[in-house]
Design a protein around this ligand. Structure first.
Ligand code: ADP
Ligand code: ZN
Length: 222
């Protein structure tokens, strides 16, 4: 099963994807995480990605599509995959459809998360992530802090703030989302596999609640 997480930065895509991976057993593949790993290791791809990410811009389509095409060939994702942060442009979505078609697959479910803008900014600024690449648990220092300050509850590694999670790049990332990524909502609506969910403290609904709904939905489909 191919599941896509769609939504502006800070809506909780990573949180929902992480829970789905844990419960369904299919890998979470986050293009953002892959780029950050390369940046940390200082690879050529990492240097290229950083030049875009640090400005709040998207990494070019050809680079990103190639990365996903290779990842989709690996054994561990043949039964199921949760794509977190890809596709982010119509071009990427079209290419993904072609890549999957070659494998006799298709996009099965697109989870579209929405959150009011003021809340998004607050969440991005307060977001912290576990620095252990095997864990990557996401925290919010106000809404969902770790039990011990700065330390991951799950694995004990240090919790850090992403370099691009600052007020300066947030506006550019949001603008990029509305221009380049939000047309995907209509794209997948036409395909008939869109599932809309609002994530907001105003309606007392967080990423984990959406993840539970989605798991129920998948179970009922089987
Ligand atoms: P968020 O959803 O919070 O913005 P991500 O970890 O998904 O965070 O992405 C971080 C950055 O990596 C993005 O702002 C963008 O620059 C780059 N990126 C991630 N996925 C893609 C993609 N599919 N296409 C182009 N750039 C991407
Ligand atoms: Zn951890």
């Amino acid at each position: 099963m191919v599941i896509i997480m769609l939504g502006a930065p800070g809506t909780g895509k990573g949180t929902v994807a992480g829970i789905l991976t844990e419960k369904l057993g299919w890998p979470q593949v986050s293009t953002g995480d892959i780029f950050r790993k390369h940046m940390k290791e200082g690879t050529e791809l990492g240097k290229l990605a950083e030049s875009y990410i640090s400005k709040g811009n998207l990494v070019p389509d050809d680079v990103t599509i190639q990365l996903i095409e290779n990842r989709l060939k690996e054994n561990d994702v043949q039964e199921g995959i949760i794509l977190d942060g890809f596709p982010r442009t119509i071009k990427q979505a079209e290419e993904l459809d072609k890549i999957l078609a070659k494998q006799g697959k298709k996009v099965d479910l697109v989870i579209n998360l929405t959150t009011p803008k003021e809340e998004i900014i607050e969440r991005i600024v307060n977001r912290r992530v576990c620095s252990n690449p095997e864990c990557k648990t996401i925290y919010n220092i106000v809404l969902n802090p770790p039990k011990q300050e700065g330390i991951c509850d799950k694995c004990g590694h240090e919790i850090v703030q992403r370099k691009d999670d600052n007020i300066e790049t947030v506006e550019a990332r949001l603008e990029g989302y509305f221009k380049q990524t939000s047309p995907l909502v209509e794209y997948y609506e036409k395909q008939g596999n869109l599932y809309n969910a609002m994530v907001s403290k105003q309606i007392n609904k967080m990423g984990k609640d959406v993840a539970e709904e989605v798991i129920e939905k998948i179970k009922n489909q089987k």
